[in-house]
Design a protein around this ligand. Structure first.
Ligand SMILES: O=P(O)(O)OC[C@H]1O[C@](O)(CO)[C@@H](O)[C@@H]1O
Length: 393
């Protein structure tokens, strides 16, 4: 076996760093926004106050004694991290635990009247209902006349750039895009990806979703195209079992997105019909595995999930957080081959991601030099660059 490459795990304890700003500024802002969005009672306000104090100045505390997932979290690192500063434990862990505690504070896990009320729903709904979503759905009407390969390319890129909450259907150069051209991809293994999904094949595609709203809609459109054109015989959409990282997609968000598509006119409604019937006959299924919200890299996934990914023709991970979990939330040298960091993965795997955190692998030295000369470190976190990477060996 080749030696496992090493890179330091990212922590949030360096003032001035991006991870530190997420813990020190973004998390308090999220608490403020959630508090403003709901008519919570005194108990919830008190719990939010306590969380705010704990996550900014305090230490990681235990889960409530009756939490249904207490044993799971103990195994996922709570036993080791309890009592330590939120800044000194792995950043991925700290962020995940923040969302878990936020749900406790607002009563998501119940019992009680607030059980199952998603504290991020107003933000997700607003995005789905925005006029920009209408524009993006209308843009689909340009697709039906195009050759299949061009439609597949446009929808793959729509799903990729949807991670920036921007469908941006970028048709090939001669296509009818009205937006500014997308910045060049920093890595593009799309040929390898397509090689596993030929038209008329028998592929099983697993798509590990990221955000709801304007990312999930183009993800669903891509799945609809793959099923309709026989590039996938079956698709499995992995969503989160509970609200997470503000906008991550849950089952309820998929239902909302499908309703949004079904209510649209033109080509969008046609895609909705494909999806609706694929769900009815079992060609499209959903999974909400507990590990989807785990504070751990996928290298530590449980056996049942490993078996599921092993059986797929291709697993596609969407978005920044899933990328961090796929390759490991570490400060890799950017030229570390992607395939070296995903060597543990049990089947062919691809990532569609816009760059929103420091983690990066698989770039050429020339690309890194170019990005750094132009932008310093900003290209890593600004969400203006994207990649399609694949390990299909
Ligand atoms: O929605 P995405 O693409 O997973 O991005 C979520 C991102 O939010 C951050 O955690 C910051 O909160 C990123 O670094 C992270 O990976």
């Amino acid at each position: 076996m080749p030696p496992t490459p090493f890179a330091p795990v990212i922590l949030g304890n360096e003032p001035g760093s991006f991870p530190h700003s997420v813990l020190a500024e973004r998390h308090p802002a999220i608490i403020r926004q959630v508090r403003d969005a709901f008519p919570y009672g005194p108990g919830q306000h008190r719990a939010l106050d306590e969380l705010l104090k704990s996550c900014t100045e305090g230490t990681v505390g235990p889960l409530p004694a009756d939490a249904p997932d207490r044993a799971l979290w103990q195994r996922w690192g709570l036993a080791d991290h309890a009592g330590r500063s939120w800044y000194d434990v792995p950043w991925l862990w700290s962020e995940s635990y923040f969302y878990r505690r936020l749900l406790d504070a607002v009563g998501w896990f119940g019992p009680g009247a607030w059980q199952g009320v998603d504290p991020f729903r107003p933000f997700k709904r607003a995005e789905l209902d925005a006029p920009a979503t209408d524009e993006e759905l209308t843009a689909l009407d340009a697709l039906p006349g195009l050759p299949e390969e061009e439609r597949a390319h446009a929808l793959l890129h729509g799903s990729l750039w949807g991670n920036r909450a921007d469908l941006g259907f970028r048709l090939s150069a001669e296509g009818a895009g009205t937006r500014d051209p997308a910045p060049a991809l920093v890595a593009d293994d799309s040929e390898a990806l397509w090689s596993l999904l030929p038209p008329g094949g028998t592929a099983t595609l697993v798509l590990v979703a990221d955000n709801a709203g304007r990312e999930l809609v183009p993800d669903l459109l891509l799945i609809a195209h793959l099923l309709a054109e026989g590039r996938a015989a079956r698709a499995v959409l992995h969503v989160k079992p509970y609200p997470y990282y503000v906008s991550d997609a849950t089952t309820a968000d998929v239902v909302d997105a499908l309703h949004r598509l079904r209510a649209a006119s033109g080509a969008a409604a046609g895609y909705a019909r494909v999806l609706w019937s694929a769900m009815a006959d079992g060609r499209l299924t959903m999974r909400a595995h507990p590990f989807s919200c785990a504070p751990l890299p996928y290298a530590e996934m449980p056996d049942d999930l490993r078996a599921e990914f092993a059986a797929a023709t291709l697993t596609v991970f969407k978005g920044d957080l899933n990328y961090r979990r796929l390759v490991g939330d570490r400060l890799w040298a950017p030229t570390t081959p992607f395939q070296e960091t995903t060597g543990y993965f049990p089947g062919p795997v691809a990532a569609l991601r816009t760059l929103k955190s420091d983690v990066i692998t698989g770039l050429s030295a020339a690309t890194v030099a170019e990005l750094e000369a132009a932008e310093g470190r900003r290209w890593r976190t600004g969400g203006t660059h994207a990649l399609i990477q694949a390990d299909v060996t």
